[in-house]
Design a protein around this ligand. Sequence first.
Ligand code: HEM
Length: 244
Amino acid sequence: MIFKLATLALSVAAFPQSEPQVGQWVPAGPNDVRSPCPIFNTMANHGFLPRDGGVMTRQQIVTAFKEQMSIDETLTNQLLDATYLLGLGNAHDQTLTLASLNTHNAIEHDASLFRNDAFFGDNHTRNLTLLNQLISYSSDGQTISIDDLARYRKDRFADSKARDPNFTFGPKQEFLAFGEAALLAETISPANPKQIPIAVLKAFAGDERLPVAEGWVKRTDTVNDLNVGAFAAELKIKAGVFNS
Ligand code: HEM
């Protein structure tokens, strides 16, 4: 008996039940929570933020975004200030959970690029049918240009408006929607944000994975309020006026 226990102890020590290493991509398991934001989900899937989607600190978020995807610290801090002001997370402790980001009409809104409206139930899991719709807007079959993105952004608005009886889309939602599209382009297509490679988009938005295998490298400068603001403004001009 003692011999058997000793053998068991030795084998457990030799093959410890190891957690995946930080950086390793592991999609969310059944007990893990995810958000409507692809960068938070990607960071959690790689273990740069808690894999279960639970409590994370401001510093953890700022560091993960900066080190993994070159998001300027000031920009992330500004976005987090707004997040706490909107009542999400715990402003006192300066912490956040992924579930808190699902709150409808705080940041999360209708007519997302590749997520269902809250009216239809799950407002945070990516919808691959919508992602494929966006991809089908590609004019060259290889990339999503800023013009393709603008057409899709406008059509997604019209699509949600037609189908969702609770459709809500005022100036706040519009501002957020253009900002998110700009963040996406500036982050995952550093060489040319106006031409997002489809393979890179599929990895980041579909798998919620850093698109390294697809040739993506993080930009050497940063994603900041200037480049994101300029892209969002151009996209808005191309998409035209939304009639909500
Ligand atoms: C502290 C910073 C951030 C917070 C709190 C945040 C939160 C959110 C939330 C709540 C949504 C859902 C909006 C919707 O309903 O569509 C969202 C969407 C999105 N976020 Fe973030 N986000 C942050 C930073 C970023 C950054 C740095 C990126 C850069 C890649 C990003 C990319 C996106 C994209 C592309 C979407 C749209 C997803 C879709 O339409 O399906 N976010 N974010």
